[in-house]
Ligand binder design. Sequence first.
Ligand code: ATP
Ligand code: MG
Length: 469
Amino acid sequence: QANIPVGIYRSSVDGRFLSANPAMIRILGFDNEKEMFAVKAADLYIKPSQRQEFIDKISRDGSVSAYELQLIRKDGSSFWAAVTAKSFTNPQDNQIYFDGLLEDITVQKEAQEQLRQSKERLDIILQNIGNGVMVIDQDQNIILMNRRTRELLGFSSDQPDLRTLKAALENCRDQGLILLNSLEQDYFRNLPLTIEKPYPRILYITATPFTDIDGRSAGKIFILADVTREKEIEQMKTDFVSSVSHELRTPITSIMGFAKTIMLNSNISREDLTEFINIIFNESERLANLIEDVLSISRIESGRVSYKFKSVDIVKIIENVYQIYKMQAEEKGLKITLELTAGLPQVMADQDSIHQVLVNLIGNAIKFTESGGSVKIRLFQQQGGIILEVEDTGMGIPLKDQDKIFEKFYRVHRPGKEIQGTGLGLSIVKQIIDAHRGHITLISKENQGTTFRIILPCPGQEETKKNID
Ligand code: ATP
Ligand code: MG
């Protein structure tokens, strides 16, 4: 009995010890039974109130099982104990006694605490990393998944819990068939998974198997990375190269051609020379504009563009751009007019960007309107902000192209009358207006004309409504 590592004792309800085995005495750090019996049970508790809780529980239930408490040894050090005890009434004196087993569980408690801490740390990491993490068992039930996984798979936080892999792949193209078909492979890396709802995304999935205690396969751990942006950039680069290289090559070929002609002909006429130099100049201008657009896009997309928002007078900017285009419009036989409301409030905007917006919209209006047509630029106020309209009586934009023209490099195909351009202008306009928390819409009818309308929010706008129609 002396060797059992479990303490065995009997105590009275008022906390006197009546018996204890050697292990009990040793666990509590006493030298002998006499020394231990001199101590009241309540004095062994770290918190005396815990003794009362213990008595309450055992009185209520008749027994306790593996009841955990913190006790103090003779030397003052503390330890965790698990007590299993039963109360009984002695018929001789009608008093209540407890018979109990006591085990020192400090080591287990510490291990448990370490486990808890490492689990908590893991949980914090899981919930906060940018990647999705999901664990499934052999039957494709979800054992664990972090918040990010739900987001990436297109679920909102108020949707019910996902229990199976199949349910989790509901928003994917073909219900995630590509992933389901890959499950036989132990490992895979960067499997592209397309999410279709609520909006399109591309994920890369990496899978690693894990095993149970016997080394049998128990399930898989998936890491989900959102590569939508990277894919977009990749696509953009491809589009960019094909679209821009063509646009670059054409003017360069003609610049080089005409420059060479001038170089090789020493007796070229004054008239020809002027014409050739004009072409060279125009082509260079086209190149310069293209390069400027490309740089704008790359600045905007890389986030390197810094808008300097300050109070600006849009009327001034319009008049400025109008001056630039007036000649060009008239040369082409177009009537260009301004309809500006006086006394409009200033808006918070970046001056250069708004200038660029106007250059693009007015430039397009002139470019896509044939001789005899007209271009109107309007500025007025309405509930919701300042409205800027550029209206033309030109060739219009077919309905099927209308929602695409703000995409980079998107151009309307007009067989037989292709007009120069790279398709960057409107995407620059859109990005600038977005950055100003504004809105751009269009109304257009083929062969009748197009109106682009921009709404810019203005601060502290009063309830003034003006109708200018
Ligand atoms: P860039 O502006 O880069 O020189 P672009 O003018 O072709 O080239 P965007 O300004 O982005 O490109 O316009 C995209 C397309 O939308 C144009 O190719 C054109 O077909 C159509 N579009 C734009 N504005 C008008 C307009 N006012 N009337 C008719 N079509 C237009
Ligand atoms: Mg344009």
